[in-house]
Write a protein that binds this ligand. Structure first.
Ligand code: ATP
Length: 231
């Protein structure tokens, strides 16, 4: 579904990715793991066109994404939930959702179905973005991404800073999406959370994919965990 082939990317004079190669399969959850600073967020920003591809190729269902603007990449079918969640703090929950729905492709996700998935958002419709808890912001950010009816949903550290009960809720919702066949790329520091959801795991280290395998394989590979995740 998504193929990254030999990607190089970075910030100004700082190169971060050095020929990164990764594939995420259709209907699968691909977890990207790695230490702080390994290049995970940089990989996602490069996929989304927020950083230019310096070398290599990115393809979504065979169509080349390199050189496209972020809005074109979203329109091509990638929903992105950044680490910063990027909701509009000055707009209400309803306005945040309506804005996303107005830009989205048509499909199963509508204002009604995202509120069915996250009933809490239904109770907070008139609240401003700045009044939401971290967990509610994460739900709103996910709902906004789903309203695009994305072929691929990409989440950057969705559990960061959230209470355990909300982490469990996010896990259950992602499991529901996975069971419904949604293709997902998940960047996570929380090893247990990521390996419980993933079908495939890719480990990023020093700007490259240094290991790929299944959750079971990495759970049983103390050396990979120690070398590349610092566990
Ligand atoms: P984390 O879990 O800490 O977010 P990560 O694997 O997502 O880790 P990246 O955010 O991709 O790591 O960062 C990779 C490298 O790029 C780091 O060395 C970081 O310092 C550098 N970097 C990140 N953002 C910028 C920026 N805006 N300008 C310059 N360098 C940056």
């Amino acid at each position: 579904m998504l193929e990254l082939n030999g990607i190089s990317s970075g910030y100004g004079e700082t190169q971060v990715l050095y020929g990164l190669t990764l594939s995420a399969g259709s209907g699968r959850v691909t977890a990207i793991l790695g230490r702080n600073g390994a290049g995970k967020t940089t990989t996602l920003k490069t996929i989304m066109g927020l950083l230019p591809v310096r070398d290599g190729e990115i393809r979504l269902e065979g169509h080349k994404l390199n050189g496209k603007a972020p809005f074109q990449i979203a329109a091509a079918g990638i929903g992105y939930v950044p680490e910063t969640r990027d909701i509009f703090a000055s707009l209400t929950v309803r306005e945040n959702l309506e804005l996303a729905a107005s830009r989205g492709r048509s499909g199963a996700w509508t204002m009604d179905t995202v509120v069915d998935l996250f009933p809490r958002l239904g109770e907070r419709m008139s609240n401003g973005g700045q009044q939401l808890s971290g967990g509610e912001q994460q739900m709103l950010a996910m709902a906004r991404a789903l309203l695009l009816n994305p072929a691929l949903l990409i989440l950057d550290e969705p559990t960061e800073g959230l209470a355990p009960i909300i982490v469990k809720l996010i896990h259950d919702k992602l499991q529901e999406l996975r069971n419904a066949g949604q293709s997902i790329i998940l960047v996570e520091q929380n090893f247990g959370f990521a390996t419980a959801l993933a079908d495939d795991v890719a480990v990023v280290g020093k700007g490259q994919v240094v290991w790929t395998g299944t959750p079971d394989q990495i759970r049983n590979d103390a050396e990979v965990q120690h070398t590349w995740l610092g566990v």
